[in-house]
Design a protein around this ligand. Structure first.
Ligand SMILES: Cc1cc2nc3c(=O)[nH]c(=O)nc-3n(C[C@H](O)[C@H](O)[C@H](O)COP(=O)(O)OP(=O)(O)OC[C@H]3O[C@@H](n4cnc5c(N)ncnc54)[C@H](O)[C@@H]3O)c2cc1C
Length: 412
């Protein structure tokens, strides 16, 4: 009931190596929701914050299993990159979602807000859904099927705004990901694939979670097949589309005094294009103000962010043999600028943030650094650039290109 999501790289590697032999059975086992969740990897937070790389997982999978045997597993591991690539080209979706999370509580009737609070607290009266809400709050983890059922229950049974349900997940899930979360909720709502919503069905819950939910039948008549009808969800219209932003995938000549900025979109600088950097200092922002006041994260989620960032800083310090700093300023941009001044840096180097909270602060950071005459160099992993370039339409065209690419890599 209390899965332990690995947060440090050491724990992530141990969990991953323990899961590797189970890859062949993943196809048939993954959809079942079991107490303890031993049939899935629990690697979401490790992969999302990159204490473990998709590239490592894919490469090791293909050393031990054939592509055919591992295809379903590889496909799931690549879903995150699909969502991330898609969001890179549609940043407006993230921006609109954050705006609605802020504005909806001011506009909704008091009784709707009361219901929102009750359903999130696990007091809807539908016992199996309430158990899922409580599991999320207690553990910071939900199985994929439970995420789908609960999101559908929220949208199509309770008829509550998807944006607030997605925010509940974002505040509690230890693997909360701006792309996977926002776009999965849009998919359940019927906004991501036009005309296709995900409708929760009691028969599906009974099939995939008979033991897990066996004592939670009260109120389940509200989920009876046929009783749940997909809601018409307010569509804010055109989500815009931009070209995939291009970043260098290798480090060029750096300035005399360079700082490495570590952030939660990629915490493995010692592997890949930044490995050869020779920074004078390393910094990561751990702003409690941002976590608590802006995103209102659960205390468990804040603790997990501290853990992954602390682990990233410690590894980076050991790899680059230079000082590292955890910046606690309320405003991360102010914190980073003070760090630049203190270490007399000429250049800040980082992985290019992906659409989400870190990306949102880039324009201000760029302007502040520019006004100080400091260069900001953002690097993207080549494997991300390639995968993102495939995410121009639906998942299956993406997978066609991605699987061909992976097969070529495994042969070379
Ligand atoms: C409404 C909803 C919200 C979601 N929110 C998030 C989120 O905030 N963060 C997040 O990482 N995933 C999210 N997912 C996707 C998926 O549920 C989780 O990635 C997965 O359940 C994580 O558990 P696991 O590591 O044990 O999965 P496993 O089944 O072991 O999968 C292995 C890895 O593959 C990737 N993966 C698997 N399924 C998906 C998927 N459908 N979409 C994207 N990546 C996938 C993840 O990196 C995962 O760690 C959401 C799904 C839904 C339906």
């Amino acid at each position: 009931m209390h899965p332990i999501a690995p947060l440090t790289r050491r724990e992530a590697l141990v969990s991953w190596r323990a899961f590797l032999p189970l890859v062949p059975s993943y196809t048939s086992a993954r959809n079942r929701v079991l107490a303890g969740h031993g049939n899935v990897s629990l690697l979401g937070a490790s992969i999302r914050f990159r204490t473990l790389l998709e590239d490592e997982v894919i490469a090791e999978t293909l050393v031990h299993h054939s592509f055919q045997v591992a295809e379903k597993w590889l496909q799931e591991v690549c879903w995150r990159r699909y969502w991330k690539g898609w969001l890179e080209m549609h940043p407006q979706v993230w921006i609109q979602w954050r705006q609605r999370v802020r504005s909806l509580p001011q506009r909704l009737p008091a009784e709707t807000l009361t219901r929102v609070e009750a359903v999130m607290a696990g007091e809807s009266g539908v016992a199996c859904m309430d158990m899922i809400a409580r599991e999320l709050i207690e553990t910071g983890y939900l199985h994929n099927h439970a995420r789908m059922w609960w999101a559908s229950f929220w949208i199509h049974v309770e008829k509550l705004p998807w944006e607030l349900g997605a925010d509940f997940f974002f505040r509690h899930l230890l693997d909360a990901d701006p792309a996977s979360n926002t776009l999965s909720w849009r998919w359940v709502a019927g906004l991501q694939t036009r005309g296709k919503s995900y409708v929760v069905r009691l028969s599906n819950i009974e099939k995939y979670a008979p033991d897990y939910l066996s004592n939670y039948a009260a109120g389940s008549e509200r989920l009876t097949d046929g009783a749940v009808v997909a809601s018409v969800v307010e569509d804010l219209g055109d989500v815009g589309k931009r070209l995939l932003p291009q970043y260098p995938t290798a480090l060029g000549r750096t300035c005399n005094r360079t700082g490495l900025w570590l952030h939660p979109d990629d915490l493995l600088p010692e592997i890949g294009p930044l490995a050869a950097l020779a920074p004078n200092s390393i910094a990561a922002c751990l702003s409690d103000h941002v976590y608590s006041e802006i995103y209102k994260l659960s205390s468990q989620r804040k603790a997990s962010l501290h853990a992954v960032l602390g682990d990233g800083l410690a590894r980076a310090m050991a790899h680059y043999a230079c000082p590292s700093v955890a910046l606690a300023a309320d405003d991360p941009v102010v914190g980073l600028c003070s760090w630049v001044r203190e270490y007399e840096l000429d250049e800040v180097v980082a992985f290019a943030p992906m659409v989400g909270p870190i990306h949102d602060m880039l324009p201000r950071l760029r302007a502040s650094l520019e006004s100080m005459g400091i260069r900001l160099t953002l690097i993207r992993r080549a494997s991300d650039a390639t995968a993102f370039s495939f995410a121009t339409a639906g998942f299956f065209p993406f997978w066609e290109k991605m699987s061909r690419h992976l097969k070529q890599l495994s042969l070379s």
